[in-house]
Design a protein around this ligand. Structure first.
Ligand code: ADP
Ligand code: MG
Length: 357
């Protein structure tokens, strides 16, 4: 009993750290390595010595994935249990947090173009968390003798405005003014939740359909970026999978289990560390990433068991309200680069992620 009580009281926030390998450019330029991962001790060490300035710090996380960790390693070791919770009828959220260029999109979406070798439902090795989660969900559902439905939505949040990444229209054929109108309103649903009016909900019937949806959404994200002249590093994307499973109890009653998995590719973390330093001016320029800042505050409030959790302060946290805190599981995958030229941002990512524990 007391065990269970403790479990309910504790907050289910898990923080993982992933360090990407050196890029070809970094290898060519012999970039010094300042980050060392110790997966067994779950530690990340940052050390550097230049001109008498000495940095030596060690951070511990729930799990650490070094440069040689494959997509599958991260998924099997950290994500499978979370998706199992969703299949049990709970809401869970997985975030990728880190500096632009450190592997957030690689981790979440991965290189998941249908490969020629990808026969018989096997995933390509580069597939990230999203396609792997969808596959795990369908493998489980198809092995059961139950009725189910799987729905997905995919949206982008930029400057506190929501765009549907699955809406069918071709953005390049739409006038700038009409594009402005494509922003979808976020509304209270009257049941304590929120809904995005007009958001496309796709019913998915097999895991392979997800590749088409991901490609469509990502292509749209790129078009919008070029057309609207914005930097992708400042937008968040949210891919949500909702599962309904109809089950019969031993007494013959019907039971519907509903679980939701949110997969969030956050804006580059440099957007808060930099703007944070000169908050006044950044705010005037509309540069402050309200959703990223508020997310940090919401997670701190949950971890520290503060009474007031400021969900309402940003669109991202309003959208995720039913999937953060309470009986939900949250996983933050913090991504860093091993190279010296990213040192400052790496330290700020490690500090941020460590604080979330
Ligand atoms: P972000 O989304 O954080 O800006 P990306 O996911 O676009 O970063 O990654 C930047 C580059 O690094 C991409 O070319 C990506 O393929 C590569 N990359 C990132 N993480 C890894 C990894 N763990 N293994 C191999 N390549 C990676
Ligand atoms: Mg990205």
């Amino acid at each position: 009993m007391s065990n269970r009580h403790e479990k309910e009281k504790s907050v289910n926030v898990q923080v993982l750290l992933r360090c990407r390998p050196f890029s070809e450019d970094e290898v060519r330029n012999n970039a010094p390595q300042v980050v060392t991962c110790n997966e067994y001790q779950r530690e990340v060490a940052v050390s550097q010595n230049i001109a008498g300035k000495h940095i030596d710090r060690v951070f511990m996380f729930d799990k650490v994935f070094g440069p040689s960790a494959q997509q599958r390693d991260l998924y099997d070791q950290a994500i499978i249990p979370i998706v199992n919770e969703v299949l049990e009828g709970f809401n869970c959220t997985i975030f990728a947090y880190g500096q632009t260029g450190t592997g957030k999109t690689y981790t979440m979406e991965g290189e998941c173009k249908r490969s020629k070798s990808g026969h018989n439902g096997e995933l390509p090795p580069g597939a990230g968390v999203i396609p792997r989660a969808v596959k795990q969900i369908f493998d489980m559902l198809e092995s059961q003798n139950a009725e189910y439905s799987v729905k997905v939505t995919f949206l982008e949040l930029y400057n506190e405005e929501i765009t549907d990444l699955l809406a069918p229209e071709d953005l390049s054929k739409v006038s700038a003014e009409d594009r402005q109108k494509k922003q979808l309103p976020l509304m209270e649903d009257g049941k304590g939740g929120v809904l995005v009016r007009g958001l496309e909900e796709e019913i998915v019937t097999s895991a392979s359909e997800i590749f088409t949806l991901l490609e469509r959404g990502s292509a749209k994200r790129r078009t919008a970026e070029t057309l609207l002249n914005k930097q992708s590093s400042r937008s968040h994307s949210l891919f949500s999978i909702t599962i309904h499973i109809k089950e019969a109890t031993p007494e013959g009653e019907e039971l519907i289990k509903c679980g939701k998995l949110n997969l969030v590719d956050l804006a580059g973390s440099e957007n808060i560390s930099r703007s944070g330093a000169r908050e006044g001016r950044a705010r005037e320029a509309g540069e402050i990433n309200k959703s990223l800042l508020t997310l940090g505050r919401v997670i701190s409030a949950l971890v520290e068991h503060l009474g007031h959790v400021p969900y309402r302060d940003s669109k991202l946290t309003r959208l995720l309200r039913d999937s953060l805190g309470g009986r939900t599981k949250t996983c933050i995958i913090a991504t860093v680069s091993p190279a010296v030229h990213c040192l400052e941002e790496t330290l700020s990512t490690l500090d941020y992620a460590h604080r979330a524990k």
